[in-house]
Ligand binder design. Structure first.
Ligand SMILES: Nc1ncnc2c1ncn2[C@@H]1O[C@H](COP(=O)(O)OP(=O)(O)O)[C@@H](O)[C@H]1O
Ligand SMILES: [Mg+2]
Length: 341
């Protein structure tokens, strides 16, 4: 295990810049996630750290040791990709042991380490099977065991759950989290899925078009985003423009912002932070109601805008389209330092 640092790393393909000059560091034992839309440069960063792609500029250090001139096998990183990338003609044990064989680890020691790695991902009894005899989730756990068996300084995971169906994805996400709590291996995780990022990470870096837009711990980033991009990428939100009246900052439905000094123009309000109350004289009107089981999603038309509102709990009465409503906030809305996209 070791810390990772990228300093002024940059990568272009022809005239296209995949990764703008950026710095990034991960503490020893930290689980960091790069979160961003497809094409924003996440995989390119991972490939440069693994040594599969060469940066145009900058330095990469693992545990203080400069590695950007080294071949992949000199870097001691473990890699797991979206596609399981297992050898189909090899058993589970042989797949997991492949890296040990390359490193000429003696057979007895290799057998012990393979067994330990398979136990770690709870696949001990599947050692003699072939990949095709396993579910997608099990195959991805084999890939994880294969990445961990060489005791890497750093674990790199590129969208490892995205090929799995929803149930398996949740299961493996929990497994990954437990494994990380136990092993505390320094991990860089890449995903475009905000719930995965929030469920797994100590810290998230939100990326857009080759740059880091914002970073923070999951809760802080979700509840107090600084940028509109992060606010919207971490989940649904309502970006609302404040109205200034007599030196006061007001929300569009007339409620005053508690911090009247707030001079930001926009606030981010999560749908679950708005309460609705039926009121024929209220300023809002329900224009859509979608029942999703655990939540009910509303569209509320108000002062020529449309807000998303989410209600939870089986006790709530469904409000039908056309119902007039009053709105109130359950938390103080969060001002955005950067309101525009
Ligand atoms: N080998 C390559 N050749 C040319 N362009 C590439 C190559 N790899 C990635 N890119 C481009 O770099 C950008 C970032 O890609 P990538 O790192 O794969 O993004 P992400 O993993 O976030 O989806 C994209 O515009 C992609 O098309
Ligand atoms: Mg990618």
């Amino acid at each position: 295990m070791a810390e990772l640092s990228l300093t002024s790393i940059r990568k272009t393909f022809g005239d296209a810049t995949a990764v703008e000059t950026l710095d990034l560091s991960i503490a020893n034992g930290e689980f960091l996630t790069l979160l961003g839309p497809s094409g924003c440069g996440k995989t390119t960063i991972l490939r440069m750290i693994a040594g599969i792609a060469m940066p145009d500029a900058g330095e990469i250090r693992i545990g203080g040791r400069r590695v950007d001139g080294l071949p992949p096998e000199g870097r001691n990183v473990g890699l797991v990709f979206q596609s399981y990338a297992l050898f189909p003609h090899m058993t589970v044990a042989a797949n997991v042991g492949f890296g040990l064989k390359m490193r000429k680890v003696p057979r007895r020691e290799a057998e012990d380490r393979i067994a330990a790695a398979l136990d770690l991902v709870d696949l001990g009894r599947f050692a003699a099977r072939y990949p095709r005899e396993l579910s997608g989730g099990q195959q991805q756990r084999v890939a994880l065991a294969r990445a961990l068996v060489t005791e890497p300084d750093l674990l790199l995971l590129d969208e490892p759950l995205s090929n799995l169906d929803a149930k398996l994805r949740d299961q493996l996400r929990e497994d990954l989290r437990r494994l990380q709590e136990r092993l505390r291996v320094t991990t860089l995780y890449v995903t475009h899925d905000q719930s995965e990022a929030m469920a797994l990470s100590d810290r998230i870096l939100v990326m857009r078009a080759g740059r880091i837009v914002e970073e923070g711990a999951p809760e802080a980033l979700y509840r107090r985003p600084r940028t509109r991009f992060a606010a919207e990428f971490l989940g649904q939100t309502n970006v609302v423009r404040l109205i200034r009246r007599d030196g006061m900052a007001m929300l569009p439905w007339g409620e005053a912002m508690p911090d009247a000094q707030s001079d930001s123009a926009y606030v981010s309000i999560r749908p679950e932070d708005i309460a609705l109350r039926p009121d024929p004289h209220g300023p809002g009107r329900i224009t859509a109601c979608t029942f999703l089981g655990p939540t009910v999603e509303y569209r509320v038309e108000l002062a020529e805008r449309s807000l998303r509102v989410r209600q939870t709990g089986s006790g709530t009465v469904l409000l039908t389209e056309g119902t007039g409503v009053a709105l109130s906030l359950l938390v103080t809305p969060h001002p955005l330092a950067e309101g525009m996209a």
